[in-house]
Design a protein around this ligand. Structure first.
Ligand SMILES: Cc1cc2nc3c(=O)[nH]c(=O)nc-3n(C[C@H](O)[C@H](O)[C@H](O)COP(=O)(O)OP(=O)(O)OC[C@H]3O[C@@H](n4cnc5c(N)ncnc54)[C@H](O)[C@@H]3O)c2cc1C
Length: 527
């Protein structure tokens, strides 16, 4: 039995695993994929920190983060988060992350939207990749055990205490249980509810949120989904915020700038979206930065534009669009990253830690996954636990799926879900459009009995995993829509045409409780 089982090998999972091992706990990391496939690997722009207090201050960092959150966050927790930033960067630096340096050989910083200072540390525009490579290398060096291609099916909760994880080995199609006194969910966000319009990889499918909710952990703030204002049109490949941070312009169809490019993402994305839905082209113009700056600071963006849009950003503006990028909502956690289930923790993008509120600042997510994930270890349960869960029912469910006749193709439904969500429930919505989506979701919940898997093979059955992921996405889509219907105002990334202004009575966090498999949604004061 391990002291700690971490689910997920993105930056959050690897960081928590390293810290737990360092503190003497035995650790197992379970992940449905390899670390280099994680979402964290794709982070480009950087990670925020106050390195030199003579140039910048914790107070300013707290204030920028709080303002961006539109008051839906906890200032005390933001302060702690900001105070952890310097140590987080120095820790990564010590492990060997090759941060870009300035002319004095100090760690260089760039400016991101919504911030008052240059605060974002980076490794050219491959920051996430360099961080993951370094963290994974260190895990391997420290003999941390991994189970890759192992899919979390469920957690066992007895008398309100989590005591085991139940997984499916994707290669062998075998169900197993891993009892432990500390389970950490580090399973990433839920942007794939917009699977046709997201910058996220196909694995960001809300599994952790869905499993936590089914076991009656509270979720929170699901209506807050951040759309990125600069993705390559038609491909959804991210063009990093560093492009605007380094001075890029946004141009409309008449080549006019239409917004201050360094405003927060919600505002910029809304302005881009308004033009895109009218069928107008929007461009990111980097030509004035010049070849030297582009090749030094934005090499990946230049390559992406060349390879995927046949555009050389040295000479031409780049046609862009918007896509779901980051999910501020998640599993509700307290200041120790504990969920509302004992011995169950959530870290990284799957958690709602009362930091980002209605709008996350670029560079703050990587800081959360490093800074707060190192902290989680402090409140671990040191007692041994007993686990009585019988896992036969999971194998039986899979066996039944193998024999089930299929009348509805869930892959098609997943696409339809993404389409209707983007059209009626994305950047700009209203209660009537949200209700249309809810009707569609309810129909598909009824249709689940006709859905299943075509591929009956007993090894590496991707079809089976896709089906589990789809069911998780459908559930979280429903909770996203119900949360959005409940919040009758516009705030940050949540913008409703029928309630276009912030309403003080909604200066609260949204709480979602599972009551007899029905979502009970209410609002709680920010403490
Ligand atoms: C293109 C892009 C660029 C970005 N750039 C930046 C940036 O510059 N700065 C910044 O601060 N943020 C950035 N972000 C956001 C940031 O990268 C993510 O929020 C962060 O990396 C999330 O880390 P995580 O460890 O929580 O989750 P992830 O990195 O998403 O990892 C989740 C892990 O959970 C595993 N998992 C999920 N479900 C299961 C299951 N059922 N069973 C087993 N394992 C499971 C996955 O395999 C994976 O290993 C960017 C995001 C994107 C999409």
């Amino acid at each position: 039995m391990y002291d700690v089982v971490v689910i997920g090998s993105g930056a959050a999972g690897l960081t928590a695993a390293l810290e737990a091992k360092e503190q003497g706990f035995s650790v197992l990391v379970i992940s449905k994929n390899y670390p280099t496939f994680s979402q964290s690997c794709q982070a480009q722009g950087g990670i925020n920190a106050i390195l030199d207090e003579s140039n910048d201050s914790i107070d300013d960092f707290v204030s920028d983060t709080f303002i961006a959150s539109r008051k839906i966050s906890n200032k005390k927790r933001i302060r702690k988060f900001c105070e952890l930033s310097k140590d987080s960067i120095l820790w990564l630096n010590k492990l060997g992350v090759p941060f870009t340096r300035d002319e004095n050989n100090n760690i260089a910083q760039r400016r991101f939207g919504g911030t008052s200072k240059k605060r974002t540390c980076y490794s050219s525009d491959y920051t996430g990749l360099k961080i993951i490579n370094t963290l994974y290398d260190t895990c391997v060096k420290n003999d941390i055990e991994f189970l890759h291609e192992e899919f979390l099916l469920d957690i066992a909760v007895e008398n309100g205490v989590a005591n085991a994880v139940i997984t499916l080995n994707i290669n062998k199609m075998k169900v197993s249980k891993y009892p432990t006194s500390n389970i950490i969910l580090a399973t990433g966000g839920y942007s794939n509810i917009f699977s046709l319009n997201t910058t996220n990889s196909y694995l960001t499918t809300a599994d952790g949120l869905a499993i936590a909710y089914k076991n009656k952990a509270k979720l929170s703030n699901l209506e807050f989904v951040q759309f990125h204002p600069t993705v390559l049109k038609e491909t959804n490949i991210l063009i990093s915020e560093s492009a605007r941070g380094e001075g890029g312009y946004l141009l409309d169809k008449n080549s006019n700038r239409f917004i201050d490019e360094l405003k927060t993402r919600d505002e910029v994305a809304r302005e881009v979206y308004k033009r895109v839905v009218k069928g107008e082209e929007v461009f990111l113009d980097l030509r004035h930065l010049g070849e030297e700056k582009i090749d030094e600071l934005l090499p990946q963006e230049r390559t992406i534009a060349l390879n995927f849009a046949n555009t050389d950003i040295l000479n031409e503006p780049l046609s862009i669009g918007v896509a779901a990028h980051y999910t501020m909502g998640g599993i509700l956690v307290d200041e120790n990253m504990q969920t509302t289930i004992k011995n169950l923790y959530a870290i990284g993008e799957c958690a709602q830690a009362s930091i980002h509120g209605a709008n996350r600042l670029g560079g703050n997510s990587l800081l959360e996954v490093i800074g707060l994930s190192r902290e989680v270890v402090k409140s671990f349960n040191k007692d041994k636990i007993v686990c009585n869960i019988d896992i036969k029912k999971y194998q039986k469910e899979i066996d039944e799926l193998m024999h089930k006749e299929i009348k509805v193709d869930f892959y098609k439904v997943k696409e339809q879900l993404s389409q209707i969500l983007f059209e009626k429930a994305s950047i700009i919505k209203s209660n009537s459009s949200l209700n249309e989506v809810l009707e569609f979701i309810n129909e598909q919940k009824n249709n689940l009995k006709y859905m299943g898997i075509e591929d009956k093979s007993t090894y590496y059955n991707r079809n089976l995993v896709d089906f589990y992921e789809f069911k998780n996405l459908l559930l979280i889509s429903e909770l996203y829509i119900k949360s959005a219907i409940s919040r009758n105002e516009s705030r940050g990334s949540h913008y409703k045409l029928d309630y276009e202004y912030e309403d003080e009575s909604f200066e609260k966090e949204t709480i979602i409780e599972n009551q007899d498999n029905d979502a009970f949604i209410y609002f709680e004061e920010i403490k």
